[in-house]
Design a protein around this ligand. Structure first.
Ligand code: ADP
Ligand code: ZN
Ligand code: ZN
Length: 745
């Protein structure tokens, strides 16, 4: 192909110019241009020279040749920073598949004027002792909200107003009454700088434990010797990981470089932020979803100008235009939110490694339940593994019981609570302790199992669970295999074969029926829809204004509740039934986290896991809190079936208005993919099949999977398909790629 024409984006943040313009490549530049390069082009009526990025090259003229302008010349990026960002966009495009525009938009912050917002702050007007005595009084009077505010104020001079009314769930009236009483003052300021402002107060340095100290020393020593690498920190919640991150960031900042700290949005608690603010004061900033585009852009500008050293945020914080990153931390690296769900579907863990390569930085991953990917790499020696053993704040691991629901049914217990759980809960209520009831709702969408023997209907080809669809057919979402739902269990002949159908609301009702007077709170998608309700529920429970918190996976993360001494997990195996190769991994993570919620305080905890599959390794190892044990079994399954991380897998997703056309396109692409592989033995194609939700908003979804040991083979197939796609008459169809997918389509 001769590269005669170039598609160029003039300005990615200008809405009207959000498309490529075609320019002629002059003789002098022939063969010298590449996608992602920065060029100068004449633009508009006045032909003013503007800077643009090349997003495509080709020999097809898509425009009136007589009126086509010519590229004036190449320009070096405005700065090293910009050149690195463009290189990163090109890397993302290549490795995950998307247009260059999408990749640039992911990486470069959109220029936005910053609206100066009025920010209100609450300043305390009394000393700590006085606040504490008021706190005691409000506790006696059971004024919970007031208590929450006073408790915060005891530690801080100022608190952001939005945080008090939002996260703390304190009403404006309560704030006003305290202002009238002279306890505090509401101040407003025009600020657009730090989203949260806290005076860095001198906190006495903790002496690191031996295990913590070793990590900090070795990572920094490697860094000083120019041996940057990737490290995996495996340690339960409370084992001191955050403290290690802070010390490492300190070390890097002292060496004159910057650090990026990724934290999943849900774990981005005020407590964690405070610890960073106390260390880095004004030199740290936070990116989160509550910031406007303008505010985000402002944070990027500050980073570019060297006004901050540390940024904390979700996966997009990776693209902060720091001049010289020395360290990237990814906390809770196993979290699904590190994978982008829109094109380019990149994973922060991999992109972090590339950013680190471009800057010469180290990467530190942390988790209580590492992803199979990270642990696999650590085992192969690509990452250095560290284990932090104990909880530093005391509290022991809970005693865990696995209750077999098949046995409960056999022995006449038709309730959704096992007899063991009923007994333990009654004890808690009597003693005034708290309990958490976790309903594992993942995979609610119709997997089918036997109530009598626990047998799960699985695909004979892919070894993942089949899902029930309308009309009673069972379907595999990887390969499309389908069969009618059997009337009796194929294992034991029982007619009790079905899905699980209880929600948190029914559970709450049952609980109230069995334990009259029990105070319950419910946390799920329904009760947390409004802003601030999530924090409010947690705060209410934390203040012991309820006995039992019932909820879906969102309750297993985040806050610590010292009053909780019992955790019940209902239907632990539901998430095992998701038609997805990560089902066991997710189940293990959820159960480990859930079980770990019990016994965070002085009192010992107990946990009950109810399941139809008590012998499943994800259940038994979670009960034992044994990560290496789980990993050992799970990796055998991945290796046997060729699933990541033992192999790589690319999902090709087709979206179509017309069902027949969509299905046709998917099969055609799948066939092409097969032809594209030079050595067909090295790849395996599954499907195509309809997506697990076959139609969303009248768009039909189809997907097929390509497996290969080599990631590059998959990239080659993606490039080949991408090259073919523009020449087809796509009308109402689109194609996306998802590498090593976290979810089925
Ligand atoms: P993680 O991030 O693994 O959950 P943290 O770093 O938050 O763990 O530590 C848990 C608790 O232990 C925090 O309250 C923290 O202040 C405290 N902590 C951490 N390291 C030490 C230490 N070396 N000495 C005393 N307390 C510590
Ligand atoms: Zn059965
Ligand atoms: Zn299958």
């Amino acid at each position: 192909m001769r590269e005669l024409y170039a598609d160029i984006i003039i300005d990615i943040s200008h809405e009207k110019l959000d498309r490529p313009f075609q320019y002629r490549v002059p003789e002098t530049l022939a063969g010298k241009l590449e996608t992602g390069m920065c060029v100068a082009v004449p633009f508009g009526a006045g032909n003013r020279l503007r800077k643009g990025y090349i997003v495509g090259l080709g020999d097809v003229c898509k425009f009136d040749p007589a009126r086509m302008k010519e590229i004036a010349g190449t320009v070096r990026g405005e700065s090293v920073v910009e050149e690195r960002q463009i290189a990163l966009a090109a890397w993302i495009r290549k490795n995950y598949g998307s247009t260059m525009i999408q990749a640039l938009k992911t990486v470069l912050p959109a220029r936005q004027t910053v609206k100066k917002l009025e920010r209100r702050t609450i300043r305390r007007l009394m000393g700590r002792e006085e606040i504490l005595s008021l706190l005691g009084e409000s506790r006696r009077k059971k004024q919970a909200a007031k208590g929450r505010l006073l408790e915060e104020m005891a530690d801080q001079e100022t608190i952001p107003y939005e945080w008090v009314t939002g996260k703390l769930g304190v009403s404006a009236q309560t704030v006003n009454s305290l202002e009238r009483a002279g306890v505090l003052r509401v101040e407003s300021s025009l600020s657009f700088r730090n989203p949260v402002k806290v005076e860095a107060s001198r906190e006495k340095e903790k002496t690191l434990s031996q295990a913590q100290g070793q990590v900090v020393e070795e990572v920094l020593a490697d860094y000083d010797q120019g041996q940057v690498g990737t490290y995996l920190l495996h340690g339960i919640t409370g084992s001191g990981k955050t403290e290690v991150y802070i010390r490492l960031v300190q070390g890097i900042v002292e060496r004159g470089r910057q650090a990026v700290v990724l934290i999943p949005e849900i774990a981005l608690t005020y407590q964690t932020l405070l610890r960073f603010y106390r260390c880095f004061g004004d030199r740290v900033s936070v990116l989160n979803s509550t910031l406007s585009a303008g505010e985000k852009y402002d944070q990027c500008e500050r980073a570019r100008k060297g006004e901050i050293d540390v940024i904390i945020g979700p996966r997009s914080a990776l693209f902060t235009p720091f001049p010289d990153i020395g360290l990237i931390v990814i906390d809770e690296e196993h979290e699904g939110s590190y994978k982008s769900e829109s094109s380019p579907k990149y994973h922060a863990r991999e992109v972090a490694r590339e950013v680190a390569r471009l800057h010469g930085a180290s990467v530190v991953l942390g988790s209580a339940t590492p992803s199979l990917e990270a642990y696999y790499r650590a085992r192969k020696g690509e990452y250095r593994l560290y284990t932090l053993g104990e909880r530093l704040t005391g509290g022991s691991l809970p005693k865990v019981y696995i209750e077999d629901l098949r046995k409960e049914l056999q022995e006449g217990n038709r309730s959704i609570f096992s007899r063991r759980f009923q007994g333990l809960l009654a004890e808690r209520l009597e003693r005034g302790e708290q309990a958490i009831l976790f309903l594992n709702r993942r995979g609610y969408a119709g997997f089918v199992s036997c109530r009598a023997c626990g047998h799960v209907m699985k695909c004979p080809h892919c070894d993942v669970s089949l899902s029930e669809h309308r009309g009673g057919r069972l379907l595999c979402h990887y390969c499309g295999y389908s069969q009618p739902k059997p009337p009796h269990c194929p294992e034991c002949g029982s007619p009790y074969i079905s899905g699980f159908k209880a929600g948190t609301q029914q559970i709450e009702e049952k609980l109230k029926e069995m334990y009259p007077g029990v105070r319950t709170l419910r946390m799920d998608g329904d009760t947390t829809r409004t802003k601030g309700s999530y924090e409010q529920i947690l705060a209410t429970f934390g203040n012991r204004e309820a006995d039992v918190l019932i909820g879906t996976q969102m309750i297993v993360k985040g806050h610590d509740f010292p009053g909780v001494t019992l955790v019940g997990v209902l239907a632990a195996d539901l998430s095992l039934g998701v038609g997805d190769y990560r089902a066991s991994e997710r189940t293990f993570q959820l159960l480990t986290q859930a079980v770990g919620r019990a016994g965070r305080g002085e009192l010992a905890g107990e946990a009950v896991i109810q399941t139809y599959q008590p012998e499943h390794y994800a259940v038994t190892y979670a009960a034992a809190q044994d990560y290496p044990g789980f990993y050992g079994e799970e990796i055998l399954f991945r290796e046997l079936m060729g699933y990541p991380p033992a192999s790589h897998m690319m999902a090709v997703q087709v979206f179509a208005r017309d069902e027949t056309r969509g299905a046709g396109l998917a099969s055609h692409l799948a066939k092409l993919a097969g032809d594209a592989a030079t050595d067909t033995l090295s790849i395996q194609i599954l499907g195509p099949a309809p997506g697990s939700i076959g139609r969303v908003n009248d768009i039909f979804r189809f997907v097929f999977y390509v497996k290969s040991k080599e990631y590059d083979t998959l990239i080659g197939i993606k490039d080949f398909l991408e090259e073919k796609i523009p020449s087809w008459q796509l009308s109402g169809e689109s194609v996306q790629f998802d590498f090593d997918p976290m979810n089925t389509l």
